[in-house]
Write a protein that binds this ligand. Structure first.
Ligand code: 4AD
Ligand code: MG
Length: 461
């Protein structure tokens, strides 16, 4: 059994060989005595041409096969170096495995990505999605390899949690209570102690707090798993279910994790360009012109570094008019983030030291008492790819903050204890995996880099 990817990569070793392939018919046409099949086998985003003729006993039956039928082919490898296709297979035997139907939705024409989302169970059969999901697989392996080679410990943080790490209140509730018949307590409120976990629980928005506990035992750890946010923002960059990579390092300060993040992004770019050069060229030609230049630049150039306060000045003095206001104290919007990395720095850039009011409770307060040791990595075409920070290791300041924000102190007792027992400075970041795949492939919508995306109003498949 040969794989089409190998026929393309090691073409010359197949000269004068008999090969056996199995796959699905992408296109089929015939004249009276012979026919052509473009066969895809999933190993590559491109197919191979199969030539068959009336010498095959099932010739008539073959000519009637609808596209997407599955077959097994045995044939001679014909080397055609001058032709557009460098080789083809002259079939000596074709076995029909499964026929299809003429109403198969993926007929040979260009379908819009919007349409393909409505048939997410079939779209992995297209060239584009074959390439996207292969790169997704390779990138996830690259990330594990990057951290494992450095001796980081992979931590499986819980999916069901009682805490709201980001404090944004964008959580999906997890409950076994009967919604039509909720138990009430004396105050007339839902009695959550009667729920499965005897408390309110939700799907995790981030594995960070668990990662911190493990970092204070193992030093360098990372999580890589699904996270969930009930953000009602219907954008091309937000999903309700997405994967996050969260390294956490003990004895590390903000610049240490910025260096690590830069090294990691460069490593993953290098890895996919090396392992999937054909797919990357395909994206460069058909998805985003200039993709490879953009990635090569990010792979070689130093990322920019700028403080939030400097960034605000740069945006104010840019002469550009933005839809949202630019003012010290306000959060950067996607348009500002993109302007910074696309127009001013023209490459990925870290923004650091944001006002404490617009960032999460756990970030370390700077000496100025106004900003926190936080960083976002902004990249062209996307905006925010990474959010990270040095964590507040001072127990009193952290406890004060939790109180100030009206967070439930009982829920964070263990998190505070990490500061009490051998607490040390530590830092980490979270990288949105889907946004990384968009960045690597040029795909413009997050729905097109997730096998079965979950967004508002969409949990089909
Ligand atoms: O900036 P965020 O909210 O940071 C955290 O969750 C921290 N606990 C991470 C840490 O320090 N360990 O999210 C991190 C990244 C964002 O930069 C973005 O790339 C991605 O997660 N992200 C999303 N991706 C897709 N859909 C969403 N709804 C996302 N929300 C965040
Ligand atoms: Mg963020």
């Amino acid at each position: 059994q040969a794989l089409i990817k190998d026929l393309y990569r090691n073409t010359e070793s197949y000269i004068e060989q008999v090969v056996q392939l199995s796959g699905w018919i992408r296109t089929i046409r015939d004249s009276k005595t012979f026919g052509f099949i473009e066969l895809n086998d999933g190993s590559f985003f491109k197919g191979v041409q199969i030539v068959f003729d009336e010498q095959l006993e099932n010739f008539k039956e073959l000519t009637k096969l609808p596209i997407s039928s599955s077959i097994r082919v045995k044939g001679d490898f014909i080397y055609t170096p001058q032709a557009k296709q460098p080789f083809e297979i002259k079939a000596t035997e074709i076995i029909i495995e499964g026929t299809s139907n003429v109403d198969y939705p993926l007929q040979k024409k260009r379908h819009s990505f919007e349409y393909l989302r409505t048939i997410a169970h079939l779209r992995p059969r297209t060239n584009t999605f074959n390439a996207v999901f292969r790169v997704r697989s390779l990138a996830s392996y690259a990330i594990h390899k990057f951290f494992q080679d450095k001796g980081f410990v992979y931590v499986h943080s819980p999916i069901i949690t009682g805490s709201d790490t980001e404090g944004a209140g964008e959580m999906f509730r997890v409950t076994t209570l009967d919604m039509d018949n909720l138990p009430k307590n004396e105050e007339g409120k839902t009695d959550v102690t009667q729920d499965f976990f005897h408390k309110e629980t939700n799907l995790t928005v981030s594995g960070q707090l668990s990662a911190e506990a493990f970092a204070l035992a193992f030093r360098n750890v990372y999580t890589f798993g699904p996270t969930f946010r009930a953000e009602n923002s219907n954008t091309a960059r937000h999903a309700a279910e997405f994967w996050m990579i969260e390294p956490e390092l003990a004895f590390a300060e903000l610049p240490d994790i910025m260096d690590l993040a830069e090294e990691m992004v460069k490593y993953v770019i290098g890895y996919v360009m090396e392992q999937a050069p054909e797919e990357m060229n395909f994206f460069n030609s058909f998805v985003e012109k200039g993709l490879l230049d953009r990635l090569n630049l990010a792979h070689t150039a130093d990322f920019g570094r700028v403080t939030y306060s400097e960034a605000i000045e740069l945006l104010k003095n840019s002469g550009e008019t933005f839809a949202y206001p630019v003012e010290w104290g306000l959060d950067l919007q996607t348009e500002h983030e993109r302007y910074l990395c696309e127009k001013i720095f023209k490459r990925p850039v870290f923004v650091t030291d944001y006002p404490k009011e617009i960032k999460a409770f756990y970030m370390r307060l700077n000496e100025d008492n106004k900003t926190v040791a936080a960083t976002d990595l902004l990249v062209p075409g996307i905006g925010e790819l990474i959010g990270g920070s040095q964590r507040e290791e001072r127990e009193e300041i952290l406890a004060e903050k939790i109180k100030e924000l009206g967070m439930s102190e009982e829920d964070y007792w263990w998190y505070l204890e990490l500061r009490k027992y051998g607490g040390t400075k530590h830092s980490g970041y979270g990288l949105g995996f889907e946004r990384l795949i968009m960045y690597l492939t040029g795909m413009a919508n997050i729905r097109d880099v997730i096998p079965f995306p979950r967004t508002t109003g969409n949990a089909e498949f």
